[in-house]
Ligand binder design. Sequence first.
Ligand SMILES: O=C(O)CCC(=O)C(=O)O
Ligand SMILES: [Fe+2]
Length: 243
Amino acid sequence: MASETNNKDQEENLLKYKVLEIPDTILYIPNFISEQEEKDLLDHVYSAPKPKWTHLSNRRLQNWGGLPHPKGMVAENIPQWLKIYTERIAKLGIFAGQTPNHILVNEYLTGQGIMPHEDGPLFYPTVTTISLGSSTVLDFYHHLNQCVQTSSETTSSSLENRHLTSIFLEPRSLIVVKDAMYESYLHGIDQRQEDEITDKIANLSHCQDVTTGDIRSRTTRVSLTIRIVPKVLKNKLFFGKKA
Ligand SMILES: O=C(O)CCC(=O)C(=O)O
Ligand SMILES: [Fe+2]
């Protein structure tokens, strides 16, 4: 009973961070971490051994907690400097009592981004991201098949036409993307040097110091995407001969 009351209190506390009513649900929490915590996290990310980085054409990344796999993830130890945040996020009460076991670190240089995509079935359908270093704009899009067909198919399928909403991500903020927003829409970050603040950004009233019409330059941004991989292998399979 007591835990039911706690859950209800937690849900009510989170309501003030809710950005969109439809189609449920984006929460945006400014200053989720302090400036010192941001600095410490960046120091840790940049002190990771070189082979920890995977280089992609438009960003590089580090994977912590194991490699998600349809057959199950072989879980790896999460270092303490990241555990602080998986535990802090677990306390928000958005993961049905579980603690996130996976962190993807993405680094975007100015002008880099990530193509519209969905995170897919290997993850629990709630995703949280802490932004470090620079602000950016995260865009949400309808899937191609969700678009209302107009007389011109090319127009109706262009990304611009499929745009649903955008969220301005300030450094040190946390965004939570859940439910339909996770499962039924694509998200991406445009490859741009700067972001124009327009009324297409849904969370302006939750941001610190931004007004429509502002131009925000991008610098290097590091994001920590913190999630749950539900399917974990209990033991590493042992193929070698025992001594
Ligand atoms: O950097 C971000 O905020 C988004 C990252 C993302 O969408 C992903 O890694 O799947
Ligand atoms: Fe993603």
